[in-house]
Design a protein around this ligand. Structure first.
Ligand code: ZN
Length: 425
């Protein structure tokens, strides 16, 4: 019997096994390919040593023996969600701003009043590393419960070397307590801290790059009117590139600044938000293969009408991903199922497009497309089982957690419906 016929976990009878396999293994999905989830009906999936060892139909799997069998009859089995844009490590909460937003005070105005990001900066600076770690532990377990198995986390609530380092260290240490993978991004240029000029702070961010490099894979800048200009963003990201960072960029969120063109010029991995992107911006991103990360939870939560022009992006050949942008101000939710519903309702994505955008394309947006984001032999066994029988029910039931089981690195880490596991031990 070959090792393939003897696995640790075997999932069988899945009504739909969404492989999300890309057409080209090196590239995220675009155009028509984005609609294709590459579904196996009556699917089966074998896991061995943390990796996917077998994928096929239940009939193909009938000779496979397993230590644990999961009967996924009338259930969808798919890759774990990859949340490729969050600000998940912070202290406190900002429900007071919720009331301001209801009264129609705009986000940038709240920022000017010393609220917004600076409010969280103050609380995060005051919090000890241990306090931040305890809060983060709860958040990342919850994320797992909602089916997220890999998450990108940005710093940006410290705004000094020591406090930014504290956040990035927490994002590392929490993975010793919670079985989730975290990709770390240095966002020192999130806003300008109090009691310093922007000019001085840009210099400070640049001079901290060398020291902060070992704590983060990516460098990101909040390029926005009243925050960092296109010129300042270019200066910071050019320096970051020299220090070996991969790049990301908060681009065209509230104003058309042509930061998408800058994103293309710098060769960033992804440019995120894009509500106000121009046709030239779209073209330059597509030419350079920059992924557009869209964050529908933000305009939804800020009660804004303008969403990223997703159909235009897709029709022009851009690869798009969807993320939560989980943060305490403009999107206090990390529910990726809700983000899929919002992408369908507010941006008119098809359910299949939104699912590919939160799995395989999101994996490419953090440069992990070869490792996660789709169910293929050899890839990491990050798998979720949903308590619905077809993928259109994922956006249809909105705000409800449909995740029944989460398998991370080949181990069942969340089980909200134990009855269907048959364990041979
Ligand atoms: Zn963000």
């Amino acid at each position: 019997m070959s090792s393939k016929n003897n696995v640790d976990i075997l999932i069988t009878n899945a009504s739909e096994l969404l492989t999300c396999k890309p057409f080209d293994p090196k590239k995220p999905k675009t155009g028509e390919d984005l609609k294709d989830l590459v579904i196996i009906k009556d699917g089966a999936l074998g896991i061995k040593d943390g990796r996917i060892a077998f994928i096929g139909t239940s009939t193909d799997a009938k000779n496979i023996t397993a230590k644990t069998t999961i009967n996924a009859a009338r259930k969808v089995v798919m890759p774990g969600f990859v949340d490729c844009h969050t600000h998940a490590v912070f202290a406190g909460s900002r429900e007071d701003e919720f009331l301001k937003k209801q009264q129609g005070i705009p986000y940038l105005e709240i920022l000017k009043q010393g609220g917004g990001i600076l409010n969280t900066v103050e609380k995060t600076r005051r919090a000890s590393k241990e306090e931040l770690l305890q809060k983060s532990e709860k958040i990342f377990w919850k994320m797992l419960e909602y089916g997220t198995t890999t998450v990108e986390v940005k710093s940006g609530y410290g705004l000094s070397f020591e406090d930014e380092k504290k956040i990035l260290e927490v994002a590392q240490d929490v993975t010793k307590k919670v079985p989730i993978d975290i990709i770390r991004t240095y966002l020192g240029a999130h806003t300008v801290p109090k009691n310093t000029s922007k000019e001085n702070y840009v210099k400070e961010v640049i001079s901290s790059l060398e020291k902060i490099k070992k704590y983060a894979e990516y460098c990101d800048v909040f390029c926005e009117k009243g925050v960092f200009s296109v010129g300042e963003t270019e200066t910071i990201l050019t320096a970051a590139k020299k220090h070996g960072f991969k790049l990301k960029l908060h681009a065209e969120q509230n104003n058309q600044l042509h930061s998408a063109e800058l994103a293309a010029k710098l060769g960033v991995v992804s440019a995120d938000h894009l509500e106000y992107i121009s046709p030239d911006g779209i073209k330059s991103m597509v030419d350079k293969g920059v992924i557009g990360v869209l964050l529908p939870g933000v305009p939804f939560y800020l009660m804004e009408e303008k969403y990223a022009p997703v159909r235009e992006l897709i029709n022009n050949g851009m690869a798009i991903a969807i993320a939560s942008d989980f943060n305490p101000g403009s999107c206090p939710s990390y529910n990726m199922q809700l983000m899929i519903s919002l992408a369908c309702l507010k941006m008119k994505l098809l359910p299949s497009e939104a699912i590919n955008a939160t799995t395989i394309n999101a994996a490419f947006a953090i440069d992990r497309g070869n490792e996660i984001g789709s169910l293929e032999e050899g890839k990491k066994a990050d798998v979720i089982v949903l308590e619905v029988d077809n993928h259109n029910k994922l956006p249809y039931y909105f705000g409800i957690n449909l995740v029944e089981k989460v398998i991370k690195n080949g181990k069942v880490v969340i089980d909200r419906g134990k009855s269907s596991i048959v364990d041979k031990h």
